[in-house]
Ligand binder design. Structure first.
Ligand SMILES: [Zn+2]
Length: 317
């Protein structure tokens, strides 16, 4: 009953998005409501792929679901991210912010013409050492919680997550999910600034449940595939980081974060990524450990300033 998107894995680095999206759509939506995003072993709130974005890619490759133009998505993203940033604490260290911005920019450069016209990416770190998560808001506003940075072991792992999140935007998953959840007209009204109350409400809901919109399984597979292609095209870091990080999350057990939960077989994801990587030649081996390790204490430094921190993220998930 639940079609797996094996196509995604074999399709090389290009898109097979229509079939996947339509397939995975319904069941995902349901699952989203059901899954909790708490990591069983640690109690850490992790919701890897909570994104809000994704509408139609372009009219030409659009499914019925995809009808929100990138310019409207960008407008909406601007409002949602502004509201989000009123509610969360951004990481205070400019070096940490710069690190994530640089990695993001590398991925966006690698994405090249996949980036919809009208979308300008921004990358920020939220100061929350207990939350192992990253997500894409509409319009290319990508956020990493510091808990995710603390959970990583090298830059290759972080850029793997970056590739995945950026792909959710470039593949229009965020836009599509938004339309599905709120309806096109409501989104267009919001984009015009006509419903600030709903913007607030959406962000509040997102922060409460740990994600804005949950993606479908096929979208997750596609973001893995496309994200990996970005990492490879960038060519700076080992693509194995994507595998090891997702594997780490998969080991969290039955109740896992969104980034993992839409994959019925957790091991399948790593396997798929591995086989994609195996088909590549001249894969870089650089894990980017040096800079990561140099910055690592700064990821934690802000944790020390948080008064109510009970850091449960130190156990392996
Ligand atoms: Zn995802």
């Amino acid at each position: 009953m639940i079609p797996l998107d094996f196509n995604v894995l074999n399709a090389g680095l290009h898109r097979t998005r229509q079939a996947q999206q339509t397939k995975g759509y319904l069941m995902h939506f349901r699952k989203h409501l059901i899954f909790t995003l708490m990591i069983a072993l640690t109690g850490t709130a992790f919701s890897g792929c909570k994104t809000v974005s994704n509408v139609a890619e372009q009219a030409t490759e659009t499914t019925a679901n995809v009808v929100l133009p990138p310019s409207q998505e960008a407008e909406l993203g601007k409002q949602l991210s502004a509201e989000l940033e009123r509610e969360v604490k951004l990481h205070p260290d400019p070096a940490v912010q710069a690190y994530i911005q640089e990695l993001g920019n590398e991925i966006v450069k690698a994405a090249g013409s996949n980036v919809p016209e009208g979308i300008t990416f921004t990358f920020k770190v939220i100061d929350d050492p207990d939350t192992v998560n990253a997500f894409a808001m509409p319009g290319g506003y990508i956020y990493f919680y510091s808990g995710l940075l603390l959970k990583a072991e090298n830059t290759a792992e972080i850029i793997g997550v970056m590739g995945h999140e950026v792909a959710h935007v470039t593949e229009r998953h965020v836009a599509e999910r938004l339309v599905k959840a709120y309806g096109l007209q409501a989104l267009l009204n919001m984009a015009l600034g006509q419903n600030p109350g709903q913007v607030k409400q959406i962000v509040a809901g997102m922060l409460a449940q740990g994600y804005l919109l949950k993606y479908g399984r096929s979208q997750e597979s596609e973001s893995d595939k496309v994200g990996l292609s970005y990492v490879l095209r960038d060519g700076t870091y080992s693509p194995q980081g994507m595998v090891t990080f997702f594997q780490k999350l998969d080991e969290g057990g039955a109740s896992v974060p969104t980034i993992v939960s839409s994959h019925p077989d957790p091991g399948e994801r790593a396997k798929t990524l591995r086989s994609m990587i195996a088909k590549q030649s001249n894969v870089p081996s650089n894990l980017g450990k040096e800079r990561f390790e140099e910055l690592y204490p700064k990821f934690r430094a802000s944790a020390a300033t948080t008064t109510t921190t009970t850091d449960t993220t130190t156990t392996e998930q």
